[in-house]
Ligand binder design. Structure first.
Ligand code: MSP
Length: 511
């Protein structure tokens, strides 16, 4: 991995039903970091896709009477279309039914055989098809006459079959050493502790093949077995970089991944199994796994099986994509779970987007249109209140790169919306409309500074609300190669003399 290169991934989604808000959330979160790193002058590779093998998908296809691949073609397309609707800037979309992925999984399997980390035996234990996960006895309880796992609440079945095993138990100590060496491998910190405790409690060898169904990648040289869907799925992160060709420019530029964005329910797979597989195969593990919380509806995880789904498409149609992106990023604290509702969505749109950032842009642009013929020129006279807002803005932006390097998006948004709030206040206090007759120079200076503030806010908000901020930056005539964070190093975005374009309403207030 080259310095300044940044590889970020979303989980690859099961096409076992229509996409919902939880999927949208993981994807938008990853997109915001990808876009941020691009304006932070990094070369970014952003991957998303669909996870198409395993019993869960085979059963979903059977339910609607379709061949699994035809079924996956259909639903994977819906997920691919969603990337456009969510305005994701992904560089690639991978499907685990693609040839490039088979090649990569086969190679990883062979490496694990070669290293002596895989052996053949018999699996006896609990399996959840819904989670595609094995559970220990102490993770199972009985509810309403059914066995369920305490981990996710999904039902489990007893499985007994011949299986290949990965020697996970022998990686316990090395994993703990790896976590100790890489303090920020798992973020947020609370999740890191959770994982370390789990590993310290002892790891059992992991069953990595199944024989009771066929929908999967066949084990090389033993076609009775299909490879466990999680070993298959995790490898997608390598396949997209043209692994096993480790000399490939993509692989050389972007592996190890900078961060895998995932939900906390799939932390075990990413923070324990994945680095263990990779260490065993002598491939560097990713630099980080960020486990976000769940989106709740009422107090429950939003999910298809619970039937409490808010449909992202409907929200986009009614309110707009920037509105949905902003709301999810602002309201859901990324480490913990977050409740969402239409009421709080509307409140958030009105307070931050319509009344704060949107209003700031609107009032300044229309004042300049009506009073200055869209032209503003500044002089080098700087008032005390100018100095004050420049200083406060600097204080608020000082730590932003660091916040984003640690996935503290909540702090980032708070700081940027605060700059917008301060700029509105600056205009209210300075009252440029009163200077029209007697002090045009000062009026121009105030308006120019307000536009400079709007430019900075728009660049900083661009990763979160790309559509609206692009309109503003276009109207300010900010060139593409200036839409980056160099202003954090004390440069101005705008020239001294500028001509702007008209700007239409950005965010309608919801009444
Ligand atoms: N296919 C696996 C991932 C394999 S990655 C190598 C999978 N797919 S999933 O479609 O079930 O879920 C994908 C992601 O959506 C997970 O990160 C999960 O946490 C997230 N969400 C699903 N429901 C969610 C919420 N209600 N809230 C937030 N995210 C949740 O797991």
């Amino acid at each position: 991995m080259k310095q300044n290169n940044f590889y970020i991934t979303t989980p690859i989604y099961y096409p076992s039903g229509q996409p919902h808000m939880g999927h949208a959330y993981s994807s938008i979160l990853a997109d915001v970091f990808a876009r941020f790193m691009r304006i932070n002058n990094c070369k970014v590779y952003f991957l998303t896709g669909t996870d198409e093998h395993g019993l869960k998908i085979q059963k979903s296809a059977e339910k609607v009477g379709l061949d699994p691949l035809i079924y996956c073609d259909k639903i994977s397309k819906v997920f691919r279309e969603l990337t456009k609707k969510l305005n994701l800037s992904n560089d690639d979309f991978i499907r685990t039914t693609e040839k490039r992925h088979y090649k990569s999984v086969n190679d990883l399997w062979n490496r694990l055989i070669k290293s002596g980390d895989i052996y053949l035996s018999k699996y006896k234990g609990w399996y959840s098809v819904s989670d595609e996960a094995y559970y220990n006895d102490d993770e199972i309880i009985e509810k309403d006459g059914k066995k369920i796992t305490t981990f996710s609440g999904s039902s489990v079945e007893w499985v007994e079959e011949e299986s290949f095993f990965f020697k996970l138990s022998s990686w316990e100590k090395k994993l703990l050493e790896f976590y100790a060496r890489n303090e920020k491998f798992i973020l947020p910190v609370s999740r890191r502790n959770e994982v370390i405790n789990f590993v310290k409690n002892g790891l059992k060898d992991l069953s990595v093949s199944r024989t009771s169904f066929t929908w999967g990648i066949k084990v090389p040289k033993n076609h009775k077995h299909v490879i466990y869907v999680w070993l298959d799925a995790l490898t997608n992160y390598l396949s997209a970089l043209n692994y096993p060709n480790t000399k490939d420019i993509l692989f050389k530029s972007f592996w190890p991944a900078s961060v895998h964005i995932i939900g906390k329910d799939i932390l075990r797979f990413h923070a324990i199994y994945w680095p263990a597989f990779l260490l065993a195969a002598n491939i560097k593990p990713p630099n980080r796994v960020f486990g976000h919380g769940w989106i709740l509806s009422g107090d429950e995880k939003m999910s298809k099986s619970k039937g409490n789904i808010l449909n992202p498409q409907q929200i986009i149609d009614t309110y707009g994509i920037d509105q949905l992106r902003y709301y999810l990023m602002k309201e859901v604290s990324h480490g913990s779970d977050g409740n969402i509702s239409l009421k709080s969505l509307e409140r958030c749109i009105n307070s931050d987007l319509a009344n704060n950032y949107g209003n700031l842009c609107q009032r300044i642009f229309s004042f300049i249109k009506n009073n200055c013929n869209n032209k503003v020129k500044k002089t080098n006279k700087v008032s005390n209140s100018d100095k004050e807002i420049i200083k406060k803005t600097r204080e608020l932006t000082n730590n932003l790169r660091n916040e984003m390097n640690n996935q503290n998006l909540n702090n980032y948004i708070k700081a940027v919306i605060n700059i917008s709030f301060l700029t509105n206040k600056y205009i209210n206090d300075e009252e440029p409309w009163k200077l029209k007759k007697n002090n045009v120079e000062k009026m121009n200076n105030i308006l120019h500074l307000a536009l400079e503030q709007i430019a900075k806010i728009s660049i900083l908000f661009n990763p979160i609300i790309p559509k609206a901020t692009t309109k503003v930056l276009d109207a300010l005539n900010v060139k593409n190669n200036s839409r980056n964070l160099s202003f954090l190093d004390r440069k101005n975005v705008l020239a001294e003399k500028i001509k702007i374009k008209d700007l239409n309403i950005l965010f309608k207030k919801i009444t």
